[in-house]
Design a protein around this ligand. Structure first.
Ligand code: G3H
Ligand code: 13P
Ligand code: ZN
Length: 286
């Protein structure tokens, strides 16, 4: 069933486990994520970016997710979320479509502008019962860092500012930068656990870790203890999908049947998502 993300995160926080927020781009990745959640009896967040909305059509991809859950996994709690919304207009558009949760990402703006824009989004969304995730500090993408030697301090979330940001904007969840990075960008050798503890103490709302594709068991458990309630995973899904396609595209067994080709990719994504659900501790928590 489609549920509010606040509900999923609040339960996870109280239960000492985390959930995965998995990016979908099409029917195949959606079915893979929903099937994985169903097999693992796990709550899950399915998220959609602006680029995916441009590619698939916002209403279309939203309804693919909603229909999949309602037709095939009505007992599983699933939240549908806009990932990295960068403008007020995209938030308004998602509200019209029916999204129950959005991220407004003002992390590349200067603090005051991020706070002001996020606050405006929260006022608009809360009136409609939509949850909002904000970001403070910057979780970088490959190509965004200026040199091989990363100046992590410059990008990480400042706990004192985070407390103010949460209080003044009214956000429901906060994406933090503690040495994590998106995609193939090299992460800090060790996350800044102390910083995360402070953020958690001062903010007291669910904390989200973007760039979690390459996070494995040890670090995952350490940050869950310190307040991370949700891990964002996109790159691992893309890689699983691509690998399977590359390896099977020339296989004669496929007999030029698009469905056979995509079915394999879907299975590969499903296995990846199941493994992540295990790491995050949400198996059986529906
Ligand atoms: O952080 C989010 C995604 O990894 C970026 O995905 O190419 O759909 O914008 P996108
Ligand atoms: P990865 O690139 O590590 O999968 O992170 C995805 C993400 O943060 C989506 O918001
Ligand atoms: Zn992200």
């Amino acid at each position: 069933m489609i549920v509010s993300i606040k509900e999923i995160l609040t339960k996870a926080r109280a239960g000492g486990y985390a959930v995965g927020a998995f990016n979908t781009v099409n029917l195949e990745t959606t079915r893979a994520i929903v099937d994985a959640a169903k097999e693992m009896r796990s709550p899950v967040i399915i998220q959609i970016t602006e680029k995916t909305m441009e590619y698939a059509g916002g209403r279309m991809i939203y309804n693919i997710v909603k229909n999949d859950v309602e037709f095939y996994a009505s007992e599983i709690p699933v939240g549908i979320h806009l990932d990295h919304g960068k403008s007020f207009e995209i938030i308004q558009h998602c509200a019209q479509i029916g999204f129950g949760s959005v991220m407004y990402d003002g992390s590349r703006k200067k603090y005051e502008d991020n706070e002001e824009a996020t606050k405006k989004v929260v006022e608009f969304c809360h009136e409609k019962g939509i949850d909002v995730q904000g970001e403070l500090g910057s979780v970088l993408y490959f190509g965004e860092s200026e040199s091989r030697e990363m100046n992590w301090e410059k990008y990480m979330t400042d706990p004192i500012l985070a407390e103010k940001f949460v209080k003044d904007t009214g956000i429901d969840a906060l994406a933090v930068a503690i040495g994590n990075a998106h995609g193939f960008l090299r992460e800090r050798p060790e996350p800044d656990y102390e910083r995360l503890e402070k953020i958690n103490e001062l903010c007291n709302i669910p904390l989200i870790l973007h760039g979690a594709s390459d996070w494995e068991n040890g670090r995952v458990a350490e940050v869950i203890k310190r307040g991370i309630t949700c891990f964002n995973v996109d790159t691992a899904i893309r890689m699983a999908f691509f690998d399977r396609i590359i390896n099977s595209v020339k296989d004669e067994e496929m007999s030029f049947d698009i469905r056979k080709l995509l079915e394999g990719a879907r299975e590969a994504v499903k296995e990846t998502v199941k493994q992540k659900i295990k790491y995050f501790g949400s198996e059986g928590k529906m």
